[in-house]
Design a binder for this molecule. Structure first.
Ligand code: CTP
Length: 214
C-alpha cells in the first residue's frame, strides 16, 4: 500500500529573484510522512521549498518541488502507484505573469507595478477525477474558525474527494493542529484535542484506516 503525501508551499516566480508564495511550513505533511513510515507504509513525500525535511527512512522517498506546475507533473507521475493521497500542500490559487523575461530581474522604476494573476489548476480536483475506486484522496482545508465545517464540507463536494481535514486558519505555520476529518458520506471524526502535528498525523492515519480501510 503506497502513500503519497504533498507538503509545503508552492512558489511562483515573478522574475529571476522574486516569487509569489505563502506561509505554509510543510510541518503537517512532514509529520504525516514520518507517521506513515513509522506504521510501515511505503511513502512518497512531494515537498515544497521549506527548510526542514523528514528524517531519512528506508520506506520514504522525498521529491522536491517549487512551482505548481512542478507539483502537478509529480502528482501525474506518482498518483497511479498510490493507494492514498494526502494533499497537505498549500498550492497557489493564482499564477502571476512574470515581471521580466527569462532570467532577467525587474528593476526599480517610478510608479506602481501591477501583477496579472491567472487562476491555477485545482490539482486535488484533477487527481480525484482521475483516481480509481481503489484510490483515496484526502484534502486539507484552512478556513475561518466560524465557518470551518460548512466551508470545508462545500470544498469536499466541489473537489469530488473522499475526505477533507478541516482546520482553522491559525493552523498555518503553527506547531499544533485542531482538526476535523469530514468524509464524503457525511461522517465526521474530530481529533480529541489541540494536538502536536506529529500526534495528529498518527491519529489521522489510524482514523482513515478504521473508517475507510486505507
Ligand atoms: N489545492 C490544490 N490545488 C490548488 C489549490 C488547492 O490541489 N490550486 C488543494 C490543497 O492542497 C488542499 C485543498 O485543495 O488539499 C484545499 O485547499 P484550499 O486552499 O483550502 O482550497 P481552495 O480550493 O484553494 O479554495 P479557497 O482558497 O478559495 O478556499
Amino acid at each position: 500500500m503506497h502513500t503519497l503525501i504533498t507538503a509545503g508551499p508552492t512558489r511562483e516566480p515573478l522574475d529571476a529573484v522574486r516569487y509569489l508564495g505563502n506561509r505554509s511550513s510543510g510541518r503537517m505533511g512532514v509529520a504525516l510522512a514520518e507517521a506513515a513510515v513509522a506504521m510501515g507504509r511505503h511513502t512518497t513525500l512531494l515537498l515544497g521549498p521549506v527548510p526542514h525535511a523528514p528524517a531519512a527512512h528506508p520506506l520514504l522517498e522525498v521529491v522536491r518541488f517549487e512551482t505548481t506546475a512542478q507539483l502537478q507533473a509529480l502528482l501525474h507521475q506518482h498518483l497511479p502507484g498510490a493507494r492514498l493521497l494526502l494533499m497537505a500542500a498549500a498550492v497557489a490559487d493564482f499564477i502571476p505573469e512574470p515581471l521580466a523575461d527569462g532570467d532577467a530581474k525587474c528593476s526599480r522604476h517610478e510608479g506602481p507595478v501591477g501583477l496579472t494573476l491567472h487562476p491555477a489548476p485545482d490539482l486535488l480536483q484533477t487527481c480525484a477525477a482521475s483516481a480509481s475506486d481503489e484510490q483515496t484522496c484526502i484534502g486539507f482545508a484552512l478556513e475561518p474558525a466560524d465557518e470551518l465545517l460548512e466551508r470545508a464540507g462545500a470544498k469536499l463536494q466541489r473537489k469530488g474527494i473522499d475526505g477533507i481535514v478541516a482546520n482553522a486558519l491559525c493552523t498555518m505555520d503553527a506547531q499544533t493542529i485542531s482538526g476535523t476529518l469530514l468524509l464524503a458520506d457525511g461522517r465526521t471524526c474530530t481529533a480529541p484535542t489541540d494536538m502536536a502535528k506529529a500526534d495528529f498525523a498518527t491519529w489521522l492515519l489510524n482514523t482513515l484506516r478504521t473508517e475507510l480501510g486505507v
